[in-house]
Design a protein around this ligand. Structure first.
Ligand code: EPZ
Length: 421
């Protein structure tokens, strides 16, 4: 199992290109299965989750070609014939559950395994299933699989997501665009990943009103055409590197190819720490302040502070002068990184869905364990700020969501070495 050996502290200076977004790519790859022709998507990152998703789509019978040098995927959905997504693939990656909406939406039938829980607790799909039933889809559960049936056009209806859910919004869009006379999703997710999906479906011929708002009205169309799509840049990778540039003293990082508008209130919050941030179209420059100010945040649904950046933010706050707190109102137990930061010298204390942080605490190298994608990258941030050598174990989590991480960070002065343990 691979690990990183990281020497610190290393001020980060130079330019990092932002890769395509994993969480934006997966919904549009699923949407390709609704088309009557080939769909090509550029700016697709070379990440484990993308390869896993390609395999799920191939199992259904579609042809998938991933041109890694061009970061370009070509999906031919016209050969899909096997309407089942198996447990051994779906359990590897929750987003495979999007196959339910895509298959029942296009073919009127689907058998998809329930996704496994993930590192920080069970993650339900009740909203996906209740929303589909509200649309008129027949849903049944059998030995850990969801069976969905919708033989003819559905009358549709209305469904309110409580809480708002990215995945449920995606799945209900995929299920309804070719199937439901009219379907309204209330309290729909407004994340950029969902906005991009709506724009791509519209480009393919779908009829969706309210794009970018929390109420989406879908009206059935007879077919969707193929398309050539350019995927969004990764907003969470961008935010992660902006935090790196702010928290490691002496850093001056320029990030290219990102879209700062996709970060909601994050950028203004980061400015409040004293980090100097210049935004010029798709280029963002972050300079570390002499002293970081403690800025507490609450992770919320978009356009609130992204939950996928709360671990990285808490890590930065260990280097701020003073006390602060980070609350996650999306996932109430996404704090598995805290004991690992304490091993490095951080002073953090979790109480319900809030972590209290006392800063500034010097960090000193130790062996630490990755537990999930965003917790892992937070340990890398801490290791680059810590004195001496840190071992970050089980970095396969990182390979799911950060393309060429060591190459990008070592190019700006970090010392990461990947070792096969
Ligand atoms: C997406 O997960 C992202 N994954 C997550 O990123 C991200 O953290 C999350 O959205 C929130 O922004 C992908 O896009 C592949 P949700 P998703 O459904 O869709 C509850 C990463 O690090 N809920 O918006 O699974 C759920 O428990 C990953 O890249 C229900 O109660 O998240 C949570 O509290 C991690 N019932 C809240 O909604 C349901 O049926 C938000 O979850 C569905 C969700």
């Amino acid at each position: 199992m691979d690990k990183f050996i990281i020497k610190g502290p290393t001020p980060l200076k130079g330019t990092i290109p932002i890769s395509g977004s994993k969480n934006a790519a997966l919904p549009i790859m699923a949407a390709a299965l609704l088309a009557d022709d080939v769909v090509t998507i550029t700016n697709i990152p070379r990440l484990k989750d993308i390869y896993t998703f390609n395999n799920v789509i191939r199992v259904l019978g579609a042809k998938v070609d991933f041109d890694e040098d061009q970061n370009k995927i070509t999906i031919d959905p016209t050969t899909v014939g096997h309407l089942e997504a198996p447990y051994d693939l779906v359990r590897k990656m929750r987003a495979s559950f999007y196959m339910l909406g895509a298959l029942v939406g296009k073919h009127g039938s689907a058998k998809v395994s329930l996704p496994g829980g993930c590192a920080w607790g069970p993650r339900p799909v009740d909203l996906h299933l209740k929303g589909m039933e509200a649309m008129g889809i027949d849903i049944s559960l059998e030995k850990g699989y969801v069976i969905a049936k919708a033989d003819e056009t559905l009358k549709g209806g209305k469904f309110r997501l409580e809480p708002s859910s990215v995945g449920a919004t995606v799945n209900l869009l995929l299920a309804s665009v070719l199937k439901a006379e009219e379907f309204v999703i209330e309290n729909a997710a407004r994340e950029p990943d969902v906005v991009q999906l709506c724009r791509v479906l519209t480009q393919m011929g779908a009829d969706i009103e309210g794009i970018g708002t929390d109420t989406l009205r879908i009206r059935k169309v007879d077919s969707l055409s193929g398309a050539e799509i350019s995927n969004d840049p990764d907003r969470i990778e961008l935010g992660t590197f902006m935090i790196a540039g702010a928290m490691i003293p002496g850093s001056d990082l320029t990030l290219t190819g990102g879209n700062p508008e996709h970060l909601g209130e994050f950028t203004n919050k980061l400015r409040k720490t004293g980090a100097r941030i210049e935004v010029e179209e798709d280029t963002i420059r972050v300079k570390a302040p002499d002293q970081l100010k403690p800025v507490s945040i609450k992770a919320e649904i978009y356009p609130g502070f992204p939950t996928d950046l709360q671990a990285q933010w808490a890590t930065m706050l260990t280097q701020a002068e003073g006390d602060s707190k980070v609350t996650d109102n999306v996932y109430f137990d996404r704090f598995s990184y805290v004991p690992e930061l304490v091993r490095l010298g951080g002073e953090l204390d979790v109480e319900k869905n809030t972590v209290h942080i006392s800063g500034k605490t010097p960090l000193t190298g130790a062996s630490v364990m990755s537990t999930d994608l965003r917790a892992s990258v937070s340990l890398v941030l801490a290791a680059m700020a810590a004195e001496n050598t840190t071992e970050v174990l089980r970095i396969y989590h990182l390979d799911r969501g950060y393309e060429s991480l060591e190459k990008k960070l070592n190019a700006v002065g970090a010392h990461l070495k990947r070792v096969d343990d």
